[in-house]
Write a protein that binds this ligand. Structure first.
Ligand code: ATP
Ligand code: MG
Length: 359
């Protein structure tokens, strides 16, 4: 029987902490589609690893159901052990064995698997897995002679060698230095595409999640609070927590007025997504790059407020201008050609279609 690569429903897990119980997983449900990278994103302690370990069978949940490729692996009174689940895993510490060669590391899962895999078959599969991660030619090397990035790829080859239905990755890039991590993002995403393997990815790094995922589930305190494509999560955050955790955001409280207008401390703003009703409290959110700075007052443009440049930070590909508007300090990201200096009077434009309305 085949089905959705991974379906999780009603998952719960609590850990006793002195007199209380920490709800590490609090009613988590999601489905991962064929061939996608589905990412659990959230701050430290929100339950990402616990969820991944429950899928792997390394953790027994208190309740819930997990189905891998049509096979129920966790349910009331049912628990399939990890080695009988059709998965491959890579953890933060890759778990590469230092006393083994690259070939032996990659071959290990096949050597211990039952039914037995023939020597010839092992050689062929290891060869293709190492080629997939661009480590062909390294077979005889001792694994300690590999760079961080190469060890990471070897861990991946070892997870892929059994050709599992589902790949589980828990912060696989967090051990690498910043530059290599960036390079490996693209490499890992390409590899995933080439192999077409359905992947459940765990990270607390929003850039990593945004750049690599097909879909993201944002977790907070054991729950999934929003699920969607990276651009939807970024451009249409549903709550203050999501807006704040995924990227930088300027918040502006207001009160709904007629005609999709919102009354705020800096004036009345036209907001496309505003409820067309007066009276309700709303929280507006605008990304730094959505705010447009003008050095002279633009004529006839709606949603323009006056401010004063508080700080200018040139970061190469952009210039980050912090602007004081009334009592608020807004973070804006501008084209690096903008020449603004601390103390300059500026006009900040808030395009009506780039303001999010949060619940
Ligand atoms: N074996 C355990 N015993 C007790 N508490 C645990 C155990 N494992 C996890 N927890 C608790 O459950 C919660 C979720 O932990 P989990 O490791 O899933 O978080 P995480 O999202 O992976 O965080 P990080 O980004 O730091 O890895 C935390 O409060 C953690 O302290
Ligand atoms: Mg974790």
């Amino acid at each position: 029987m085949t089905g959705t690569p991974l379906a999780v429903a009603g998952l719960r897990k609590g850990f006793a902490d002195r007199d209380t119980v920490v709800k590490a997983i609090d009613d988590v449900g999601f489905e991962v589609r064929e061939g996608e990278i589905y990412t659990l994103l959230g701050p430290s302690g929100c339950g990402k690893t616990s969820t991944l370990r429950a899928v792997a069978g390394l953790e027994r949940p208190d309740g819930g159901r997990i189905v891998i490729d049509g096979n129920v692996v966790t349910d009331d009174g049912l628990f399939v052990p990890p080695n009988h689940r059709d998965i491959g895993m890579v953890f933060q510490s890759y778990g590469i064995w230092p006393h083994m060669t690259v070939f032996d590391n990659a071959a290990f899962p096949l050597r211990v698997s039952r039914p037995k895999v023939s020597k010839k078959e092992i050689a062929a599969r290891v060869e293709s897995a190492l080629a997939a991660v661009h480590l062909a030619g390294y077979e005889g090397r001792n694994s300690t002679q590999l760079s961080g990035g190469q060890q990471q790829r070897l861990a991946l080859a070892r997870a892929l060698v059994r050709r599992p239905k589902l790949l589980l990755l828990d912060e696989p890039l967090s051990n690498l230095d910043a530059k290599l991590r960036q390079a490996m993002r693209a490499e890992l995403a390409t590899l995933q595409q080439e192999t077409g393997i359905t992947t459940l990815f765990v990270t607390h790094d929003q850039d990593e999640a945004l750049s690599m995922s097909s879909r993201i589930a944002v977790m907070q305190a054991g729950r999934i609070v929003q699920e969607g494509r990276p651009r939807d999560i970024y451009q249409r955050p549903g709550t203050r927590f999501v807006a704040d955790f995924v990227g930088t955001t300027n918040f502006l409280p207001g009160r709904g007025a007629a005609g999709r207008r919102v009354t705020t401390a800096v004036g009345d703003l036209l907001v496309e997504g505003a409820p067309d009703a007066a009276g309700g409290d709303v929280l507006l959110a605008v990304r730094p790059e959505a705010l447009l700075l003008h050095l002279s007052e633009p004529a006839g443009t709606p949603n323009v407020v006056r401010g004063e440049v508080d700080r200018v930070m040139f970061v190469g590909e952009a210039v980050d201008c912090h602007v004081r508007v009334g009592d608020e300090l807004w973070v804006t990201r501008q084209d690096p050609r903008l020449e603004a200096a601390t103390g300059d009077e500026v006009w900040v434009e808030l395009p009506a279609d780039r303001i999010s309305v949060l619940a």
